[in-house]
Design a protein around this ligand. Structure first.
Ligand code: PMP
Length: 412
C-alpha cells in the first residue's frame, strides 16, 4: 500500500496531521516543504479568514496597493541591492519563468544556464531549465537548445573525484567551459538553488557562489537565486542568499511564503531590472487577496528576529541529532544541511547509493512510526529529506530523529 492510499487526513496543527481514525502523524517535511508555519498556524488562519470575509479576489487591475504592501515588507527584509519586485505568480514554476523573462528582456539575450540536479518547477519551460533529465523525457519542447545544464558542486560524490578545497572549483571551470563552447553566445542568466533541494540537499562549499557571481559578471548574465525552497526562514535566515552571500540579481520565492500552504509566489530584483509590462507576465489568480494576506501574516511571524534565531538553534539541534546517525547505522553515508533543511544519504554496504533502502525507510517511517518523510528522485535518488516546519518544537525535532533512528534500526 502506498502512503497516498493509506492516508486520509482530516486535521492538522503545528507539525502534526491527524487521520480519520484519530491517529496522529508527525510531518517531518512540512507538506512539500511549503508549510513553513505548519498546519493551521493561528496568525495566518485569522488573517486569511478575515480576508475571505471581506474580499477574496478582484481583478489585478485593482490589487496594486495590496501587492505593494507585501512587496515593501519583503524588500525591507531582502539582501542589499534587491529593491523592487513582481507578485503576479501563484507558483514557484512561473515565478522562475518570470525571472528568466526579466533576465532575457533586460539583457536582450536568450540562453539560460542551470545546474545538473536542479529543480525549478514543472511547467514546460521550468522543466526545461531544470537539471533533471527524467522529467523532460517525452516532452520535446522542454529540451530547447538554449538551456545549458551544467555541473553542480556535488561534493560528496564529486563528478571530478576531487574534494574541496583542493579541487579548486573544477565544477565552476566546467560551467565556464559550457558557456564558452556550448552556448549560443547570448546568455541571459544563470539560475541556481542556494541549496540543491530535490537534487539531494546539497550544500555548496564556501566560495562557490562568489565564483558563480564572478562568472555572471564576466559574461553579463543575471544571477537568479531560486529560493522557492530555501527562502522564508528555512535556513534560519529570511533568504539563504544572505547566509551564502550570493548577491543575486533576482530572487524567486513561493512555497514557504504562504505559511500554511496558501499558494503565492514573488520575484524580487534590482530596480534596473524592472522591465516587464503587466501584459507580459500575469495570471488570472495572481495577486489574489487571500494569497497576499497569507504572505503578509507569514512575514509578520517569520520576520521577528527572535523567530529566526530560534530556527537557527533548532537547526543546530536537528543537525547534531542527525549527525549521530552514521555512527549507529552503516546505511547513513552522509548527513548534510543547514537550518531546518536536512538530508541523509542512504548507502549500501559498499557505500554506493541505495535507492531501494531509501524508499523502504520512507515507507517504514510512515507505516511503523507515523512519521512523514520524503525522498528524492533526482541524481542517485537515495536522499531522505528531513525538513520540519519552522514552528517545530525542540521535543518534536528530537522525536522525529528518534523515530527515524528506530526505522533505520529495522530497515538499515
Ligand atoms: N523551485 C524549487 C527549488 C522547487 O523546489 C520547486 C518545487 N518543488 C519549484 C521551484 C516549483 O515550485 P511550484 O511547485 O510552486 O511550481
Amino acid at each position: 500500500m502506498t502512503i497516498a492510499t493509506q492516508a486520509r487526513f482530516k486535521y492538522g496543527e503545528g507539525i502534526t496531521l491527524v487521520n480519520e481514525s484519530g491517529e496522529a502523524y508527525l510531518d517531518g517535511v512540512s507538506g512539500t516543504f511549503n508549510l513553513s508555519l505548519g498546519y493551521n498556524h493561528p496568525v495566518v488562519v485569522a488573517k486569511v479568514q478575515e480576508q475571505v470575509g471581506q474580499l477574496s479576489h478582484m481583478s489585478s487591475s485593482f490589487t496594486e496597493p495590496y501587492v505593494s504592501e507585501v512587496l515593501d515588507r519583503l524588500l525591507d527584509l531582502a539582501p542589499a541591492g534587491i529593491d523592487t519586485g513582481w507578485m503576479r505568480d501563484i507558483t514557484g514554476s512561473t515565478a522562475n519563468e518570470c525571472a528568466v523573462k526579466i533576465a532575457q528582456k533586460s539583457t536582450e539575450s536568450t540562453d539560460v544556464v542551470s545546474l545538473f540536479l536542479s529543480h525549478h518547477g514543472q511547467t514546460q519551460f521550468a522543466t526545461g531549465i531544470s537539471g533533471n533529465a527524467f522529467r523532460r523525457k517525452g516532452f520535446p519542447n522542454s529540451t530547447a537548445s538554449n538551456h545549458l545544464h551544467v555541473p553542480a558542486p556535488y561534493c560528496y560524490r564529486c563528478h571530478y573525484k576531487s574534494s574541496y578545497p583542493g579541487c579548486g572549483f573544477q565544477c565552476v571551470e566546467a560551467i565556464a567551459d559550457h558557456i564558452q563552447y556550448g552556448s549560443s553566445g547570448s546568455v541571459a542568466c544563470m539560475i541556481v538553488e542556494p541549496i540543491l533541494g530535490n537534487g539531494g540537499n546539497i550544500v555548496p562549499p564556501p566560495g562557490y557562489f562568489q565564483q558563480l557571481r564572478k562568472l555572471c559578471d564576466e559574461y553579463g548574465m543575471m544571477l537568479i537565486a531560486d529560493e522557492v525552497q530555501t527562502g522564508i526562514g528555512r535556513t534560519g535566515y529570511m533568504f539563504a542568499s544572505e547566509l551564502f552571500d550570493i548577491q543575486p540579481d533576482i530572487i524567486t520565492l513561493a512555497k514557504g511564503l504562504g505559511g500554511i500552504g496558501v499558494p503565492v509566489a514573488a520575484v524580487l530584483m534590482k530596480s534596473r531590472l524592472n522591465v516587464l509590462e503587466k501584459h507580459e507576465h500575469s495570471f488570472t489568480s495572481g495577486s489574489n487577496l487571500i494569497s497576499l494576506a497569507a504572505a503578509q501574516s507569514t512575514l509578520d511571524v517569520v520576520a521577528q528576529p527572535e523567530f529566526l534565531d530560534d530556527v537557527k538553534l533548532k537547526g543546530e539541534i536537528l543537525g547534531s541529532l542527525l549527525n549521530e546517525l552514521p555512527s549507529k547505522h552503516k546505511s547513513v553515508g552522509d548527513v548534510r544541511g543547514v537550518g531546518l533543511m536536512w538530508g541523509i544519504e542512504i548507502v549500501d554496504e559498499d557505500g554506493a547509493p541505495d535507492v531501494r533502502k531509501a524508499n523502504a525507510i520512507i515507507d517504514t517511517a510512515f507505516s511503523d512510526q507515523r512519521l512523514i518523510l520524503r525522498g528524492s528522485r533526482y541524481g542517485y535518488g537515495n536522499v531522505v529529506k528531513v525538513r520540519p516546519a519552522l514552528v517545530a518544537t525542540d521535543d518534536e525535532i528530537a522525536e522525529i530523529v528518534e523515530r527515524l533512528d528506530a526505522v533505520l534500526q529495522k530497515v538499515g
